[in-house]
Design a protein. Structure first.
Length: 326
């Protein structure tokens, strides 16, 4: 694991900009309701429905009945947040060093600031989850279990938590285990997707990607447009509490640079940490391989056709490799 450095080691200007950016993100309504759900212990019913594919399957009582947070949860979340010292966060030492070395306002500075803030949002969610404030451990919601033959339809973070992103549930390899699953869920809810970067292409070191998990939103990883990135930075860098909040950022047809999440991160080069997402098992299928043309996730016939070919090729190669290992 990479070494860590405290945000407190940053020089004043860089540290102040970081604290301001985190504070502005936390001031958003989407951040408040997201963190409050962690304190509450369960997603609200409308949040549970707001996913690309169902995480909470039909039959769970929260879908119909958990429409409001428990009394006092938002206030408790605010109190906990007030006790969290963002300046004491420890981040990857190379990232902290590169951020400190960059001139404020430069492209490299801005991209590293976004990464630091994304990591902070994630770490705050991890910290909140570890406070063990779940209000539903012993009530009908928390004690409910599906019939044995339906357990497979629930994520393998269940029953520990249902606060998880569809593609970021590999808790057995996460430094903070289940808590990191909650962290990925929180940053995806707040930013509009898990925040990723191009770790491979030296020509696009400042590209920022989001990996969403929302209803009526593509499941593919997409690159932020310059104006989307500008709006995010403008919001984070505002000296006063911003009046307009661009969060969560959601893709449109203009976001034409898209990446298949089915591909290994070593192949795409789009990730934040190497351990964040492993390849899906072959038995889980590949959304790229289907007979119906998907012009929602894929912007043209050619885009869909090329993705289908990538999916079939990857599947053949993995099957051949498994046979060879057998």
């Amino acid at each position: 694991m990479e070494g860590k450095l405290s945000i407190a080691t940053l020089e004043n200007q860089h540290r102040d900009i970081f604290i301001r950016a985190v504070t502005n993100v936390l001031s958003s309504q989407i951040a408040e309701v997201t963190y409050a759900q962690i304190v509450d212990g369960l997603p609200l019913s409308d949040t549970a429905f707001d996913v690309y594919r169902s995480c909470v399957c039909v039959g769970h009582p929260l879908l119909d009945e958990h429409q409001e947070l428990c009394p006092g949860v938002i206030e408790h979340a605010r109190e906990l947040g007030a006790n969290f010292d963002a300046g004491a966060l420890e981040m990857d030492s190379r990232l902290v060093h590169d951020y400190q070395s960059a001139s404020p306002g430069s492209r490299g500075f801005n991209t590293r600031l976004i990464e630091l803030v994304a990591r902070a949002v994630h770490e705050i969610a991890v910290w909140l989850y570890k406070q063990d404030t779940n209000r539903h451990k012993d009530d009908a919601f928390g004690l409910w279990r599906p019939p044995q033959d339906e357990v497979r339809f629930f994520p393998h973070t269940f029953p520990s938590t249902l606060l998880c992103h569809a593609w970021y549930r590999d808790h057995d390899q996460y430094p903070e285990g289940i808590a990191d699953c909650v962290g990925y869920w929180a940053e995806a809810r707040i930013f509009g997707g898990v925040v990723l970067f191009d770790r491979r292409d030296p020509e696009t070191p400042d590209a920022v990607y989001l990996h969403p998990d929302r209803r009526d939103v593509i499941y593919r990883i997409y690159r932020l447009l310059d104006d989307q990135k500008h709006k995010l930075l403008q919001f984070m860098l505002c000296d006063t509490t911003p009046a307009e909040c661009p969060l969560p950022l959601l893709p449109s047809d203009n976001n034409r640079h898209r990446v298949d999440p089915e591909e290994a991160i070593e192949t795409t080069g789009i990730y934040r940490d190497r351990w964040e997402r492993r390849l899906r098992p072959l038995k889980s299928g590949d959304a790229r391989i289907k007979d119906v043309i998907d012009t929602w996730n894929y912007l043209s016939f050619e885009d869909w056709r090329d993705a289908t070919r990538r999916g079939r090729r990857a599947r053949r190669e993995r099957k051949a490799k498994e046979r060879g290992l057998g």
